[in-house]
Design a protein around this ligand. Structure first.
Ligand code: ADE
Length: 268
């Protein structure tokens, strides 16, 4: 895969792509990442890249002539051009999978108040946001998109099985992990994981994965592909939780009754 990144701050990319898995993927030729300075396409002697917004208002806008020239210079005939912007579709694992299929990505990092709208009309295929918050520019968002996408390219991760099990790939959050020691500061690793019983372990993991998703991201359960067995496990988990909540209410009521008993003589 070829990835071109257009930015006003090329130095920001020096760290993240020179470490760990992405670095190894580059060294092994699985991905080529080229960083370009948008300013190289400015045409005046001040190398101007931005201008005041028509209609007035705060901030500056990236000039369409400079940005379109930069995009056209790198996109070739197969570049899929993505603008990073808080107004884009929200990035997900599914979008990362989509992008991992493409031979050539061009990531355009917006800055200032944004880019001239005509750039989107003329030269952008897709607009992506990494979440509902505003960054100072698209660079960190581009790094997130590159990281999540490149690790899905076949061969980049050593163990492809871990891709199947990780959070979001199945539409659910991942189960909890443990390593030695079996007891740490009074907390024991769940016994089933020490049992060596593979079917039981798989069932426990699926259950915990469902439990986590129910507790932390119930919205994901609506779209996740669940089996009949999963639905049964979910019902068990819900029943357990309802039971635990009931016991908690009863315990709280007992504590309440206790404090009232001791409070009355003092009030009298
Ligand atoms: N640029 C500024 N904020 C952003 C966001 N949330 N996602 C993508 N690009 C951005």
């Amino acid at each position: 895969m070829l990835i071109d990144i257009l930015t006003l701050f090329p130095g920001m990319f020096e760290g993240p792509f020179n470490e760990s898995i992405i670095k190894r993927a580059i060294e092994r030729g699985l991905v080529t990442i080229r960083i370009h300075n948008i300013r190289d396409w400015a045409t005046d002697r001040h190398r101007t890249v931005d201008d005041y917004p028509y209609g007035g208002g705060a901030g500056m806008v990236l000039k369409p002539d400079v940005l379109v020239a930069a995009i056209e210079a790198v996109r070739g005939d197969d570049g899929y051009v993505i603008l990073l912007t808080p107004q884009g579709r929200v990035f997900t694992q599914q979008i990362a999978r989509e992008l991992a299929q493409k031979p050539h990505l061009v990531l355009v990092c917006g800055h200032y108040e944004g880019v001239d709208e005509r750039v989107c009309q003329l030269a952008v295929d897709d607009e992506i946001s990494i979440g509902d918050y505003v960054l100072t520019g698209g660079e960190l968002a581009a790094m997130v998109v590159v990281d999540a996408t490149v690790r899905l390219i076949p061969g980049v991760l050593g163990d492809q099985a871990s891709l199947q099990e990780e959070s979001h790939s199945s539409g659910l959050l991942e189960y909890p992990h443990y390593t030695r020691p079996a007891e740490f500061r009074g907390l024991r690793v769940p016994e089933v994981l020490l049992s060596g019983h593979h079917a039981e372990i798989a069932r426990w993991r699926r259950r915990e994965s469902l439990r986590r998703t129910l507790e932390r991201r119930p919205d994901l359960l609506e779209k996740a592909p669940l089996t009949a067995e999963d639905r049964k496990l979910l019902e068990e988990i819900r029943a357990e939780k309802a039971q635990a909540a009931k016991q908690e209410r009863q315990a709280a009521a007992q504590v309440d009754a206790g404090t009232q008993d001791t409070a009355q003589p003092q009030d009298a």
